[in-house]
Design a protein around this ligand. Structure first.
Ligand SMILES: Cc1cc2nc3c(=O)[nH]c(=O)nc-3n(C[C@H](O)[C@H](O)[C@H](O)COP(=O)(O)OP(=O)(O)OC[C@H]3O[C@@H](n4cnc5c(N)ncnc54)[C@H](O)[C@@H]3O)c2cc1C
Length: 318
Protein backbone atom coordinates (compact mmCIF):
# COMPACT_ATOMS: atom_id res chain seq x y z
CA UNK A 1 0.00 0.00 0.00
CA UNK A 2 1.41 3.39 -0.97
CA UNK A 3 1.46 5.78 1.98
CA UNK A 4 0.30 9.33 1.41
CA UNK A 5 0.67 12.53 3.35
CA UNK A 6 -2.69 12.12 5.10
CA UNK A 7 -1.80 8.62 6.35
CA UNK A 8 1.34 10.05 7.93
CA UNK A 9 -0.37 13.14 9.27
CA UNK A 10 -3.04 11.04 11.02
CA UNK A 11 -0.57 8.43 12.25
CA UNK A 12 1.80 11.01 13.74
CA UNK A 13 -0.68 13.66 14.77
CA UNK A 14 1.57 16.46 13.49
CA UNK A 15 1.63 18.45 10.28
CA UNK A 16 3.39 16.55 7.50
CA UNK A 17 4.35 18.30 4.27
CA UNK A 18 4.99 16.81 0.84
CA UNK A 19 8.07 17.32 -1.41
CA UNK A 20 10.04 19.62 0.85
CA UNK A 21 13.57 20.58 -0.31
CA UNK A 22 16.08 19.63 2.39
CA UNK A 23 18.79 22.10 1.37
CA UNK A 24 17.45 24.88 3.61
CA UNK A 25 17.72 22.54 6.61
CA UNK A 26 21.43 21.92 6.11
CA UNK A 27 24.39 24.21 6.74
CA UNK A 28 25.64 23.66 3.17
CA UNK A 29 22.20 24.60 1.78
CA UNK A 30 22.35 21.69 -0.63
CA UNK A 31 19.94 18.82 -1.16
CA UNK A 32 16.84 17.71 -3.06
CA UNK A 33 13.34 17.17 -1.69
CA UNK A 34 12.11 14.70 0.90
CA UNK A 35 8.87 12.97 -0.07
CA UNK A 36 7.52 13.85 3.37
CA UNK A 37 8.72 16.31 5.98
CA UNK A 38 7.75 17.02 9.57
CA UNK A 39 9.12 18.74 12.65
CA UNK A 40 9.51 16.92 15.95
CA UNK A 41 9.63 19.40 18.82
CA UNK A 42 10.98 17.30 21.65
CA UNK A 43 11.38 13.62 22.44
CA UNK A 44 7.67 12.79 22.71
CA UNK A 45 6.97 14.09 19.19
CA UNK A 46 10.07 12.38 17.84
CA UNK A 47 8.89 9.04 19.25
CA UNK A 48 5.47 9.56 17.62
CA UNK A 49 7.14 10.20 14.25
CA UNK A 50 9.37 7.16 14.49
CA UNK A 51 6.64 4.82 15.73
CA UNK A 52 4.34 5.93 12.92
CA UNK A 53 7.01 5.67 10.22
CA UNK A 54 7.88 2.19 11.43
CA UNK A 55 4.23 1.11 11.56
CA UNK A 56 3.59 2.36 8.03
CA UNK A 57 6.88 1.03 6.68
CA UNK A 58 8.13 4.49 5.65
CA UNK A 59 11.91 5.04 5.66
CA UNK A 60 12.96 8.02 7.76
CA UNK A 61 15.85 10.44 7.95
CA UNK A 62 16.74 12.44 11.04
CA UNK A 63 17.89 16.01 10.51
CA UNK A 64 19.30 17.85 13.52
CA UNK A 65 21.08 21.07 12.56
CA UNK A 66 22.03 19.49 9.23
CA UNK A 67 25.59 20.69 9.84
CA UNK A 68 27.35 17.38 9.30
CA UNK A 69 25.44 15.99 6.34
CA UNK A 70 25.40 16.20 2.59
CA UNK A 71 21.95 15.50 1.17
CA UNK A 72 21.74 14.05 -2.32
CA UNK A 73 20.51 16.20 -5.19
CA UNK A 74 17.76 13.59 -5.59
CA UNK A 75 16.60 14.17 -2.01
CA UNK A 76 15.16 11.46 0.22
CA UNK A 77 12.46 8.88 -0.45
CA UNK A 78 10.63 8.78 2.83
CA UNK A 79 9.94 10.98 5.87
CA UNK A 80 12.55 13.57 6.88
CA UNK A 81 12.16 14.47 10.54
CA UNK A 82 13.60 17.82 11.59
CA UNK A 83 14.50 17.54 15.27
CA UNK A 84 13.87 20.72 17.21
CA UNK A 85 13.82 21.72 20.87
CA UNK A 86 10.57 21.08 22.72
CA UNK A 87 8.06 23.89 22.28
CA UNK A 88 7.69 24.35 26.05
CA UNK A 89 11.41 24.72 26.67
CA UNK A 90 13.24 28.00 26.92
CA UNK A 91 15.88 28.42 24.26
CA UNK A 92 19.05 26.42 24.91
CA UNK A 93 18.13 25.27 28.41
CA UNK A 94 18.22 21.75 29.81
CA UNK A 95 16.78 19.97 32.80
CA UNK A 96 18.96 19.96 35.93
CA UNK A 97 18.97 16.41 37.30
CA UNK A 98 21.35 17.10 40.17
CA UNK A 99 23.51 20.01 41.29
CA UNK A 100 26.26 19.68 43.89
CA UNK A 101 29.21 21.79 44.98
CA UNK A 102 31.38 20.07 42.39
CA UNK A 103 29.13 20.06 39.38
CA UNK A 104 25.84 19.45 37.68
CA UNK A 105 24.08 16.68 35.79
CA UNK A 106 21.88 17.88 32.94
CA UNK A 107 19.29 16.14 30.77
CA UNK A 108 19.39 17.72 27.33
CA UNK A 109 16.69 17.12 24.77
CA UNK A 110 18.25 15.91 21.50
CA UNK A 111 16.94 18.94 19.60
CA UNK A 112 18.55 21.70 21.62
CA UNK A 113 21.29 23.78 20.07
CA UNK A 114 24.85 22.72 20.91
CA UNK A 115 26.40 26.21 20.82
CA UNK A 116 23.38 27.57 22.69
CA UNK A 117 23.83 24.98 25.42
CA UNK A 118 27.57 25.74 25.61
CA UNK A 119 26.82 29.43 26.20
CA UNK A 120 23.99 28.85 28.63
CA UNK A 121 26.02 26.46 30.80
CA UNK A 122 29.07 28.75 30.71
CA UNK A 123 26.94 31.69 31.83
CA UNK A 124 25.84 29.66 34.86
CA UNK A 125 29.39 28.66 35.78
CA UNK A 126 28.96 25.03 34.68
CA UNK A 127 32.10 24.27 32.79
CA UNK A 128 33.31 21.61 30.37
CA UNK A 129 31.27 22.38 27.26
CA UNK A 130 32.97 25.64 26.21
CA UNK A 131 34.77 23.88 23.32
CA UNK A 132 31.34 23.33 21.71
CA UNK A 133 30.48 27.03 21.37
CA UNK A 134 31.34 27.06 17.65
CA UNK A 135 29.89 23.69 16.70
CA UNK A 136 26.56 24.23 14.95
CA UNK A 137 23.68 21.80 15.19
CA UNK A 138 21.89 19.89 17.91
CA UNK A 139 23.17 18.08 20.96
CA UNK A 140 21.66 14.85 19.55
CA UNK A 141 23.70 15.26 16.37
CA UNK A 142 26.79 16.06 18.45
CA UNK A 143 26.26 12.88 20.49
CA UNK A 144 25.92 10.80 17.30
CA UNK A 145 29.19 12.07 15.80
CA UNK A 146 31.10 12.51 19.07
CA UNK A 147 31.63 16.12 18.09
CA UNK A 148 34.69 17.73 19.57
CA UNK A 149 37.14 20.61 19.41
CA UNK A 150 40.06 22.10 21.34
CA UNK A 151 40.70 18.85 23.21
CA UNK A 152 37.11 18.30 24.35
CA UNK A 153 34.47 15.98 22.97
CA UNK A 154 31.01 14.65 23.72
CA UNK A 155 32.32 11.27 24.87
CA UNK A 156 34.12 13.07 27.69
CA UNK A 157 30.89 14.57 29.07
CA UNK A 158 28.11 12.10 28.34
CA UNK A 159 26.88 9.89 31.16
CA UNK A 160 24.03 8.25 29.35
CA UNK A 161 21.70 8.58 26.43
CA UNK A 162 18.03 7.73 25.99
CA UNK A 163 17.34 6.33 22.56
CA UNK A 164 14.52 5.00 20.42
CA UNK A 165 14.94 1.57 18.86
CA UNK A 166 12.36 -0.32 16.78
CA UNK A 167 11.62 -2.57 19.77
CA UNK A 168 11.28 0.28 22.28
CA UNK A 169 13.18 2.95 24.17
CA UNK A 170 16.40 2.15 26.01
CA UNK A 171 18.87 4.00 28.20
CA UNK A 172 22.48 3.45 27.18
CA UNK A 173 25.45 4.16 29.41
CA UNK A 174 28.33 6.05 27.79
CA UNK A 175 30.26 2.77 27.78
CA UNK A 176 27.63 1.31 25.42
CA UNK A 177 27.95 4.16 22.91
CA UNK A 178 31.05 2.71 21.17
CA UNK A 179 32.62 6.15 21.15
CA UNK A 180 35.72 6.82 19.08
CA UNK A 181 37.14 9.76 17.17
CA UNK A 182 34.08 11.46 15.57
CA UNK A 183 32.08 8.28 15.77
CA UNK A 184 29.63 6.28 17.89
CA UNK A 185 27.34 3.27 17.55
CA UNK A 186 24.73 5.64 16.02
CA UNK A 187 26.93 6.97 13.23
CA UNK A 188 26.47 5.19 9.89
CA UNK A 189 24.74 2.45 11.81
CA UNK A 190 22.63 -0.07 9.95
CA UNK A 191 20.52 -0.32 13.12
CA UNK A 192 17.64 2.19 12.92
CA UNK A 193 17.79 4.26 16.10
CA UNK A 194 17.46 7.81 17.35
CA UNK A 195 18.86 9.68 20.32
CA UNK A 196 16.04 11.27 22.31
CA UNK A 197 18.00 12.90 25.11
CA UNK A 198 21.53 13.13 26.43
CA UNK A 199 22.65 13.30 30.07
CA UNK A 200 25.81 15.36 30.55
CA UNK A 201 28.00 15.96 33.58
CA UNK A 202 29.66 19.38 33.86
CA UNK A 203 31.94 20.75 36.56
CA UNK A 204 31.30 23.74 38.81
CA UNK A 205 33.58 26.63 37.93
CA UNK A 206 33.81 30.31 37.18
CA UNK A 207 31.35 31.70 34.64
CA UNK A 208 33.70 34.60 33.85
CA UNK A 209 36.50 32.19 32.98
CA UNK A 210 34.18 29.95 30.97
CA UNK A 211 32.91 32.95 28.98
CA UNK A 212 36.49 34.07 28.38
CA UNK A 213 37.38 30.62 27.06
CA UNK A 214 34.42 30.81 24.68
CA UNK A 215 35.57 34.20 23.42
CA UNK A 216 39.08 32.82 22.81
CA UNK A 217 37.74 29.78 20.91
CA UNK A 218 35.55 32.04 18.77
CA UNK A 219 38.52 34.23 17.88
CA UNK A 220 40.50 31.15 16.85
CA UNK A 221 37.64 29.85 14.71
CA UNK A 222 37.12 33.17 12.96
CA UNK A 223 40.83 33.28 12.10
CA UNK A 224 40.98 29.73 10.72
CA UNK A 225 37.59 28.79 9.34
CA UNK A 226 35.58 30.20 6.44
CA UNK A 227 32.41 32.16 7.11
CA UNK A 228 30.70 30.78 3.98
CA UNK A 229 28.22 27.90 3.98
CA UNK A 230 29.97 24.63 4.79
CA UNK A 231 29.48 21.40 6.68
CA UNK A 232 32.59 21.66 8.84
CA UNK A 233 35.41 19.19 8.23
CA UNK A 234 34.76 16.98 5.23
CA UNK A 235 37.39 14.41 6.26
CA UNK A 236 38.47 13.09 9.63
CA UNK A 237 42.03 13.97 10.59
CA UNK A 238 44.36 11.02 10.03
CA UNK A 239 46.40 9.96 13.09
CA UNK A 240 49.08 12.56 13.86
CA UNK A 241 48.16 14.89 11.00
CA UNK A 242 45.47 17.24 9.70
CA UNK A 243 43.38 16.62 6.60
CA UNK A 244 43.33 20.37 5.96
CA UNK A 245 47.14 20.48 5.86
CA UNK A 246 47.31 17.48 3.52
CA UNK A 247 44.76 19.01 1.12
CA UNK A 248 46.42 22.43 1.20
CA UNK A 249 49.93 21.11 0.60
CA UNK A 250 48.58 19.03 -2.27
CA UNK A 251 47.84 22.41 -3.87
CA UNK A 252 44.05 22.23 -3.74
CA UNK A 253 43.06 25.30 -1.72
CA UNK A 254 40.53 27.31 -3.72
CA UNK A 255 39.86 24.49 -6.23
CA UNK A 256 36.23 24.46 -7.37
CA UNK A 257 33.80 22.10 -9.04
CA UNK A 258 30.73 24.07 -10.08
CA UNK A 259 29.86 26.27 -7.12
CA UNK A 260 31.48 23.93 -4.58
CA UNK A 261 34.94 25.09 -3.56
CA UNK A 262 37.71 23.95 -1.27
CA UNK A 263 37.90 26.94 1.05
CA UNK A 264 40.71 29.44 0.50
CA UNK A 265 40.96 29.63 4.28
CA UNK A 266 40.90 25.95 5.34
CA UNK A 267 41.61 22.93 3.14
CA UNK A 268 39.22 20.61 4.98
CA UNK A 269 36.22 22.95 4.63
CA UNK A 270 34.31 22.82 1.36
CA UNK A 271 32.04 25.78 0.80
CA UNK A 272 28.95 26.44 -1.26
CA UNK A 273 29.54 29.66 -3.20
CA UNK A 274 25.91 29.88 -4.28
CA UNK A 275 24.22 27.12 -6.19
CA UNK A 276 26.53 24.14 -5.60
CA UNK A 277 25.02 20.68 -6.07
CA UNK A 278 25.70 17.63 -3.96
CA UNK A 279 27.33 16.04 -7.02
CA UNK A 280 29.85 18.94 -7.12
CA UNK A 281 30.77 18.39 -3.47
CA UNK A 282 31.21 14.68 -4.11
CA UNK A 283 33.45 15.37 -7.12
CA UNK A 284 35.56 17.71 -4.97
CA UNK A 285 35.71 15.11 -2.20
CA UNK A 286 36.97 12.47 -4.63
CA UNK A 287 39.52 14.88 -6.06
CA UNK A 288 40.88 15.84 -2.60
CA UNK A 289 41.08 12.23 -1.51
CA UNK A 290 42.84 11.11 -4.69
CA UNK A 291 45.34 13.97 -4.50
CA UNK A 292 46.10 13.38 -0.80
CA UNK A 293 46.73 9.73 -1.66
CA UNK A 294 49.02 10.58 -4.61
CA UNK A 295 50.97 13.37 -2.94
CA UNK A 296 51.11 12.16 0.67
CA UNK A 297 50.25 8.47 0.46
CA UNK A 298 47.45 9.02 3.00
CA UNK A 299 43.91 7.73 2.50
CA UNK A 300 41.50 10.29 3.92
CA UNK A 301 38.34 9.04 5.60
CA UNK A 302 35.15 11.02 5.05
CA UNK A 303 33.56 12.54 8.20
CA UNK A 304 30.32 14.02 6.85
CA UNK A 305 27.24 11.86 6.42
CA UNK A 306 25.86 11.25 2.97
CA UNK A 307 22.11 11.34 3.39
CA UNK A 308 19.28 10.59 1.00
CA UNK A 309 18.89 8.79 -2.28
CA UNK A 310 22.29 8.60 -4.00
CA UNK A 311 23.08 7.07 -7.38
CA UNK A 312 25.22 4.04 -6.45
CA UNK A 313 28.10 5.05 -8.73
CA UNK A 314 28.27 8.54 -7.17
CA UNK A 315 28.97 7.31 -3.64
CA UNK A 316 30.87 4.12 -4.42
CA UNK A 317 33.85 3.75 -2.01
CA UNK A 318 33.02 6.90 -0.02
C1 LIG B 1 31.15 25.81 10.43
C2 LIG B 1 31.15 24.42 11.03
C3 LIG B 1 32.08 24.09 12.00
C4 LIG B 1 32.09 22.80 12.57
N1 LIG B 1 33.02 22.51 13.50
C5 LIG B 1 33.04 21.29 14.07
C6 LIG B 1 34.00 20.95 15.08
O1 LIG B 1 34.81 21.76 15.48
N2 LIG B 1 33.96 19.70 15.60
C7 LIG B 1 33.06 18.77 15.19
O2 LIG B 1 33.06 17.65 15.72
N3 LIG B 1 32.15 19.04 14.22
C8 LIG B 1 32.10 20.28 13.66
N4 LIG B 1 31.19 20.56 12.69
C9 LIG B 1 30.28 19.51 12.20
C10 LIG B 1 28.89 19.51 12.88
O3 LIG B 1 28.53 20.80 13.32
C11 LIG B 1 28.83 18.56 14.08
O4 LIG B 1 29.12 17.26 13.67
C12 LIG B 1 27.46 18.60 14.75
O5 LIG B 1 27.55 18.04 16.02
C13 LIG B 1 26.36 17.89 13.95
O6 LIG B 1 25.12 18.12 14.60
P1 LIG B 1 23.79 18.28 13.75
O7 LIG B 1 22.64 18.38 14.68
O8 LIG B 1 23.91 19.37 12.77
O9 LIG B 1 23.76 16.87 13.00
P2 LIG B 1 23.11 16.59 11.58
O10 LIG B 1 24.03 17.05 10.52
O11 LIG B 1 21.71 17.05 11.53
O12 LIG B 1 23.11 14.99 11.62
C14 LIG B 1 24.31 14.26 11.57
C15 LIG B 1 23.93 12.76 11.52
O13 LIG B 1 23.32 12.39 12.74
C16 LIG B 1 21.99 11.93 12.51
N5 LIG B 1 21.21 12.47 13.63
C17 LIG B 1 20.94 13.79 13.92
N6 LIG B 1 20.27 13.86 15.08
C18 LIG B 1 20.11 12.59 15.53
C19 LIG B 1 19.52 12.00 16.68
N7 LIG B 1 18.91 12.74 17.61
N8 LIG B 1 19.55 10.64 16.82
C20 LIG B 1 20.16 9.86 15.88
N9 LIG B 1 20.74 10.35 14.76
C21 LIG B 1 20.71 11.70 14.60
C22 LIG B 1 21.58 12.46 11.16
O14 LIG B 1 20.62 11.63 10.53
C23 LIG B 1 22.90 12.42 10.44
O15 LIG B 1 23.16 11.12 9.99
C24 LIG B 1 31.15 21.84 12.12
C25 LIG B 1 30.20 22.18 11.13
C26 LIG B 1 30.20 23.45 10.60
C27 LIG B 1 29.17 23.80 9.56
Amino acid sequence: MAVDVLDLTYAIGLEVQRDVPLGPYTSLKIGGPADFFTRARGAAELVRCLDAAQRLGVPWLLVGGGSNMLVSDRGFRGLAIKIERPAHMRRHSAKVLEETATGVRLRCDAGISTPGLARWTASLGWTGLEWACGIPGTIGGAAVGNAGAYGGDMAGLIERVRAWFPDGERVLDASEMAYGYRTSRFKRSAEPAAILSVDLRLAAGSSDEAIERIAAYETQRRAKQPAERSCGSVFKNPPGDFSGRLIETAGLKGTAVGDAQISEKHGNFFVNRGSARAADVIALTRLARARAQDVHGVRLEIEILLAGDWPAEEVKDL
